[in-house]
Design a protein around this ligand. Structure first.
Ligand SMILES: [Zn+2]
Length: 156
């Protein structure tokens, strides 16, 4: 099976790829309407994990999957999400679903900023958001805030 979906936070969008023997286009995108920035990061991760589970189950059922074995989650470098927390909540909430025991794989996407003064792109270093080209401090985030499910592996 091969199909797509995604969850997005702070405007970033993503698609899901799932491989076994069929190909589905990446048609469906699901917005995650979370609280960001959030003063309760633990609860935040719980709600994010719940969203990931809901989407995985929805698509797995649509594909008549017997089991979800793996989830591939993309996390921006600037995301406050902690891999271990998501895994922790996953083990808790995926219990008694077809996604119970699935392995979560996390891929970190590096941050990229665009200077508001000279419009050149750069990577922030050690949390410093100063443009290496012109010394400007204002910047727009181009990449690094992503949060989406890239792919799930299922048994059918
Ligand atoms: Zn600049």
């Amino acid at each position: 099976m091969y199909f797509g979906f995604g969850i997005a936070q702070t405007g970033a969008m993503g698609g899901v790829i799932l491989r076994t023997n069929h190909t589905y286009p990446l048609l469906e995108f699901v917005l995650f309407l979370g609280c960001f920035p959030c003063e309760q990061p633990i609860m935040h991760e719980l709600s994010v994990t719940q969203s990931i589970l809901n989407i995985a189950l929805q698509h797995a059922e649509k594909a008549n999957a017997k089991r979800v074995t793996d989830l591939h989650v993309v996390l921006g470098e600037l995301s406050t999400m902690v891999d271990d927390s998501i895994q922790f909540y996953w083990d808790m909430i995926a219990k008694d679903t077809i996604a119970e025991g699935a392995t979560l794989h996390f891929r970190r996407v590096p941050a990229e900023l665009q200077c508001a003064s000279c419009f050149k792109k750069y990577r922030p270093t050690d949390g410093e958001w100063i443009c290496p080209h012109c010394g400007g401090v204002g910047a727009k985030i181009i990449a690094g805030e992503e949060l989406f499910v890239e792919a799930i592996d299922i048994e059918d």
